[in-house]
Ligand binder design. Structure first.
Ligand SMILES: Cc1cc2nc3c(=O)[nH]c(=O)nc-3n(C[C@H](O)[C@H](O)[C@H](O)COP(=O)(O)OP(=O)(O)OC[C@H]3O[C@@H](n4cnc5c(N)ncnc54)[C@H](O)[C@@H]3O)c2cc1C
Length: 391
């Protein structure tokens, strides 16, 4: 067992740390205020080669893997979860293609993500089907004019990056819409420019502003057979893709928590009350200590799960380990950002400090890509099935 990062990953961490301080930190508040997509940050990530961290070198990426992407996201999320989301979106929609796509799909769709000429979105959720994925109603029926082609109709919602994306990984029912059979759902690559594809309503979010979240409307969209990802009826792919994503979402949580605790710590060392700094009070010190323990525990869970995912360990027996990283790190983000607001008092509640933004941003993390309750369900299932057992 070795807890040190390989030299190239340590180097990556240090270079992203510098970039995050120089480029992301000064822009974070403005991005939140205006809600405008930060093209400058996207370009900075592109120029630094960060958009292809999860994409193999043969496809134009750097092959740093899920651990490399998680490390980069952790650094960026210290200042902006919007910027962290931009990096995450290089993996969420490309995951199913990397896991089960054909060579043609990989060579057509992935190099453009790595070099920043394309962006992508991930369409699983629907208004009536979030946690309950099997309740989706978007339907794919055989295309009468094209052998083995499909016609997609339905509405996806809450899709991150929907407005900026050039293509989407979309899941649809390829059998009866009421079916809850696992082989009733199939994944497709859908291009933004195709007839029948449009962006619908954009949401007004409480946090993580700057990357739009909203609807993707599919109105009789013809999808050729070569754009089916994996097998028809390959719903398992959605789950495998999401399982492999857990460490990456977790990294958004640990980065946010670290940023919030460091900021609050600097503040309590300055703030005077009752003739001393508030950092001199044991009650404050213990809160800092508890949060620091929490952060380190979450980092260990996150890094371990990232290594597992890079080793291809994201099938059912590894789910509890992946889910506990996402659960613990994102709940930590909520606790740590709440603590940071509390430690700053009224100042922390005001827009003069980033604490109120971290507090709003953190809450997204316990909802997206499987809520905390869904993760707890998966972890307990792992224990009940003996996948997570200590004997
Ligand atoms: C900012 C943002 C960005 C998003 N981006 C994307 C995206 O890019 N692509 C995409 O496909 N989706 C995206 N989503 C949607 C997200 O994945 C869903 O919100 C999430 O899966 C939860 O679904 P839901 O909101 O319908 O909640 P529901 O499923 O309605 O759940 C509501 C509450 O009930 C609880 N609950 C549900 N089932 C159970 C259960 N079995 N046991 C115990 N409690 C349960 C949940 O934990 C939650 O607290 C995004 C959401 C947000 C907020």
């Amino acid at each position: 067992m070795d807890f040190d990062l390989a030299p190239e990953l340590e180097e990556l961490r240090q270079s992203v740390r510098r970039l995050a301080r120089d480029k992301v930190k000064p822009r974070a508040r403005e991005i939140d205020k205006t809600g405008e997509y930060p093209t400058d940050i996207f370009e900075a990530f592109r120029d630094a080669g960060l958009l292809g961290l999860c994409i193999p070198e043969a496809l134009g990426g750097s092959g740093a893997g899920i651990l490399g992407l998680a490390l980069a996201i952790e650094e960026v999320a210290k200042y902006s979860n919007t910027a962290a989301l931009m990096l995450l979106l290089t993996r969420l929609p490309t995951g199913p293609v990397l896991i089960a796509g054909t060579e043609d799909q990989k060579t057509k769709y992935l190099p453009g993500i790595a070099d920043g000429s394309y962006r992508a979105g991930f369409g699983l959720s629907e208004p009536q089907a979030g946690s309950d994925v099997m309740g989706m109603r978007t339907r794919a029926v055989p295309d009468p004019d094209h052998k083995d082609g499909w016609v997609l109709t339905g509405t996806k919602c809450w899709m991150s990056g929907v407005a900026q994306a050039d293509w989407y990984t979309v899941f649809a029912k390829t059998s009866e819409p009421t079916s809850r059979a696992h082989d009733s759902i199939t994944a497709f690559i859908v291009e933004r420019g195709w007839e029948g594809v449009s962006v619908g309503r954009l949401d007004h979010k409480m946090g993580v502003r700057g990357v739009d979240t909203g609807e993707l409307l599919l109105d009789g969209v013809k999808v050729p057979p070569e754009n089916v990802i994996g097998e028809v009826g390959g719903f398992r792919l959605a789950m495998l893709g999401l399982n492999a994503m857990r460490p990456i979402v977790a990294a958004r949580g640990i980065g946010l928590a670290e940023g919030a605790l460091m900021y609050a710590t600097e503040y309590v060392k300055q703030r005077q009350a009752f003739g001393k700094t508030i950092a001199d009070f044991q009650g404050i010190q213990w809160e800092i200590a508890k949060c620091a323990v929490d952060i380190e525990a979450a980092r260990l869970l996150t890094y371990r799960s990232a290594v597992m995912a890079d080793q291809g360990k994201f099938t059912k027996e590894y789910v509890p380990y992946l889910s506990m990283a996402k659960y613990h790190a994102t709940e930590l983000a909520v606790r740590a950002s709440g603590l940071a607001v509390q430690l700053l008092g009224a100042a922390g509640y005001m827009e003069d400090h980033p604490t109120e933004q971290w507090y709003r941003d953190a809450k997204q993390l316990t909802i997206v890509e499987g809520t905390s309750q869904v993760q707890l369900g998966l972890i307990s299932r792992g224990v009940l099935d003996g996948d997570l057992w200590w004997d």
